[in-house]
Design a protein around this ligand. Structure first.
Ligand SMILES: NC(=O)c1ccc[n+]([C@@H]2O[C@H](COP(=O)([O-])OP(=O)(O)OC[C@H]3O[C@@H](n4cnc5c(N)ncnc54)[C@H](O)[C@@H]3O)[C@@H](O)[C@H]2O)c1
Length: 460
């Protein structure tokens, strides 16, 4: 951060002290649509990273009932991703999508151009692969923008330390920042948390998280084809490469780990883990097929995580908790609906067999957490309420990475070791250009380094 910290004027400050015409003229030098009288409550949005989640997050933002919103700029590194996203959003939210060609930007500095289209107090959505999060967040803070950024927000120790500092900077400037751990905004899980805190199942003694399914997304990759640069190939298939995403571990398992830590109301202090590759044939990605992690909290309680991407095996996608007086289903099948409940014994299951054991169950789950997180962020912006999820998002990202580090090195890894680790997978991402070399290079066999537990100090 080069410029001096200052508290950013809130949207209400601007409206109070300037008035509509003055606001419009103060912004005249920016490439934004004219701020019309009567429309000055509109929050403008820029989308950086126009893929699946970015398009979804933009639609969620534009669907919020908290007040008018409008998408005004988009940035990506692949023209086709931006084009598809724009078309999808136009179909879904035609009137709120005002992104002419001169506000569509393609390149590694496209994020700057898209954010330059906004006014202080508007919102930028950061939904590229997570490696770029700190780069884009740094610029958003400089521009006085509120932010929604997707999880994970860091992939290693150095980027976590940097993100924690940036989060503090955003707080000082009164910027509102949402992090896409949407389960934290799920009303049913919120009720569950209160009931666990009230002692309905006693003290928590064990938590279990499972994400075991067939290979999905870019979990695995084949050797790079011709016609695409090494850099863009790795970015396109970011779940395959640790520098870009923290691999499938960080990308896939963070929600289940985070919701378990929420219920425990603590972060684990260390992790021990195992994992390995089995049926990889010609795959060149860096992921293990299976991960088995034992996280330990400060009071000795364990959180067990089982992750697997493999065909033909039992599938489970759930988070469960056990207490001295009963058990809890935190989530039962993906993220929403959660079907969360408390049981009087240790069955922690949604099976009908245990219906008679339920002591509390959430009601109908009509509120989609992906929408609710936007209502919360936009309300905080409009009402100028403190709102900054960066610390929690960075901690969840780090705790996730801690389990991955333990599996990849074969060592017990403490929270402090993970945080203070000196392995930064991809430093200087802020300097990337289209013709830059990729942060990870393949060997002469076309394969990338794969973690070797017990043999290497670092993950690769
Ligand atoms: N909260 C959730 O449940 C959830 C669900 C899915 C994805 N996500 C997260 O959202 C993020 C994106 O995932 P996705 O599934 O949308 O991936 P995606 O590949 O569909 O989208 C990423 C987009 O970012 C673009 N991009 C990459 N690097 C860029 C850069 N430097 N500048 C500008 N654009 C760039 C890509 O071209 C692509 O269009 C990830 O962090 C992922 O973990 C969260």
């Amino acid at each position: 951060m080069t410029d001096t910290p200052k508290r950013n004027p809130t949207r209400r400050d601007v409206m109070k002290t300037t008035g509509k015409v003055a606001v419009a003229s103060a912004l005249a030098s920016l490439a934004v649509p004219h701020v019309h009288a009567g429309e000055n409550n509109t929050i403008q949005i820029a989308l950086v990273g126009c893929g699946g989640r970015g398009t979804g997050a933009a639609e969620d933002a534009l669907s919020s009932k908290s007040g008018p919103t409008k998408l005004v700029a988009m940035a990506d590194v692949f023209p086709n991703r931006l084009k598809d996203s724009h078309e999808t959003l136009k179909r879904a939210k035609n009137k709120q999508v005002e992104v002419p060609d001169n506000r569509k930007f393609i390149d590694f500095d496209a994020y700057k151009q898209a954010m330059d289209c906004l006014r202080p107090g508007d919102v930028v959505i950061l939904t590229t692969p997570p490696a770029f999060r700190w780069v884009h967040f740094t610029y958003a803070i400089q521009k006085g923008l509120n932010v929604f950024m997707e999880k994970p927000i860091t992939v290693d120790g150095p980027s976590t330390r940097r993100m924690l500092k940036l989060g503090e900077e955003a707080k000082k400037r009164n910027l509102k920042v949402g992090v896409g751990l949407m389960c934290r905004h799920c009303p049913a899980r919120g009720e569950l948390f209160k009931k666990i805190k009230d002692g309905m199942i006693g003290d928590l003694t064990l938590l279990r998280a499972y994400r075991q399914h067939n290979p999905v997304a870019f979990f695995a990759s084949q050797p790079k084809p011709n016609g695409i640069s090494e850099l863009l190939y790795q970015i396109q298939r970011f779940h395959s490469f640790l520098w870009a995403s923290g691999g499938c571990f960080s990308d896939f398992y963070i929600h289940n780990i985070d919701e378990c830590c929420w219920m425990k109301d603590a972060w684990p202090v260390e992790a021990r883990a195992a994992g390995g590759r089995h049926y990889r044939e010609n795959s060149i990605d860096q992921n293990f097929d299976v991960y088995s992690v034992e996280y330990t909290f400060g009071d000795g309680t364990k959180l067990l995580l089982e992750g697997r991407c493999m065909n033909g095996c039992d599938q489970q996608f759930a988070s469960l908790a056990h207490g001295t007086k009963g058990s809890a289903v935190i989530s039962s099948n993906s993220h929403w609906p959660s079907s969360c409940r408390l049981l009087k014994n240790q069955h922690a299951s949604t099976s009908k067999k245990y219906t008679k054991d339920i002591i509390w169950k959430c009601g109908p789950e009509n509120a989609n957490p992906y929408r609710v997180e936007w209502d919360h962020l936009l309300e905080a912006i409009r009402q100028d309420k403190p709102y900054n999820e960066v610390e929690r998002g960075a901690q969840a990202s780090l705790v996730t990475a801690m389990g991955r580090m333990a599996a990849h090195t074969g060592q017990v890894v403490s929270y402090d070791q993970a945080l203070n680790s000196d392995q930064e997978f991809a430093p200087e991402l802020d300097k990337l250009k289209m013709d830059s070399p990729a942060p990870l290079l393949a060997g002469s066999d076309g394969k990338y380094p794969v973690p070797q537990p017990g043999r290497k100090k670092h993950e690769y």
